[in-house]
Design a protein around this ligand. Structure first.
Ligand code: FMN
Length: 259
């Protein structure tokens, strides 16, 4: 069916090129012939890497409600930036990872959710290396070694993003997205990953950390480090996190003592 024939065409048809071309694509994607199958039989979720036998239970996440900051002030202060050196504690890492416990209301199928795979460099009480976060049990299943030097040299394109305490990779079940929604599944995967990234940003800011989202990594190398096949699951995005933010000279009280 062309745009001109469609009942919702009147508004879109008024669009001029190139918007009209985009509108044609949007309308075309409403029809089943553009999808692999109207009700695709999704394959069973594939097993995930990580040694469940040696999984590490994380301390309970911090109750962020007790932080005396309004959401508006957290949003206003949120700023991607340089990572500070210094270790995090396991509860802080666990609080960040617990951002993945919530999910967008419109996304019915939990098997499509992005997963967090932290590569830990400097977190007290957590062995360095690649891990899979199990959000149901709030534990870390170890995958294998992933030293700071190896990640900086082979996987992370901006060295400075490997100089923090950890990099949280957002892993998406890209195969399921594409089987379920055709090429538009890629957009769904990106929306879901973006939604979780927003939460990571706000939790990291609330905790007073240094952080940045980053797409600057070699996905095939990271997939190998994380034990992913790159087809059912792949590393899609990343959130690098460093130590606590030092107060600027304007924020520091007189006498130079940090707050
Ligand atoms: C999709 C996406 C990809 C990004 N990739 C990188 C990156 O590869 N390297 C980097 O230094 N920052 C990256 N960033 C962080 C941006 O540089 C940062 O969000 C932007 O400068 C706006 O700053 P703000 O987050 O403080 O508002 C990325 C952010 C997003 C949303």
């Amino acid at each position: 069916m062309s745009l001109a024939d469609h009942r919702i065409s009147s508004t879109l048809a008024a669009a001029t090129q190139p918007l009209r071309g985009v509108a044609e694509l949007v309308v075309a994607s409403r029809y089943p012939e553009t999808r692999p199958s109207p009700e695709p039989a999704l394959p069973a979720p594939s097993p995930l890497p990580g040694d469940a036998e040696r999984a590490l239970a994380l301390p309970a996440p911090r109750a962020l409600e007790s932080v005396q900051r309004s959401l508006a002030s957290v949003i206003a202060a949120r700023r991607s930036g340089r990572l500070s050196a210094g270790a995090l504690d396991a509860a802080t890492l666990g609080t960040l990872l617990a951002a993945a416990a919530a999910r967008p209301a419109g996304l019915a199928d939990a098997t499509l959710d992005p997963l967090l795979f932290p590569v830990v460099f400097d977190v007290d009480g957590v062995p360095p290396g690649a891990h899979r976060y199990d959000r149901g049990e709030h534990l870390l299943a170890p995958i294998g070694p992933a030293s700071r030097a190896r990640m900086a040299e082979t996987a992370i394109l901006q060295r400075e993003h490997a100089m923090g305490a950890a990099v949280l990779f957002l892993v998406v079940p890209i195969g399921r997205w594409l089987v379920a929604f055709g090429d538009r599944g890629y957009r769904g995967a990106a929306f879901a990953a973006g939604w979780l990234t927003d939460r990571l940003y706000l939790v990291a800011e609330t905790l007073g950390l240094t952080y940045t989202a980053t797409g600057g990594f070699a996905p095939a190398v990271v997939d190998e480090v994380l034990g992913l096949d790159g087809r059912d699951h792949t590393a899609f995005f990343a959130f690098a996190v460093g130590g606590h933010r030092q107060p600027t000279s304007r924020e520091a009280p007189r006498g130079g003592q940090p707050r």
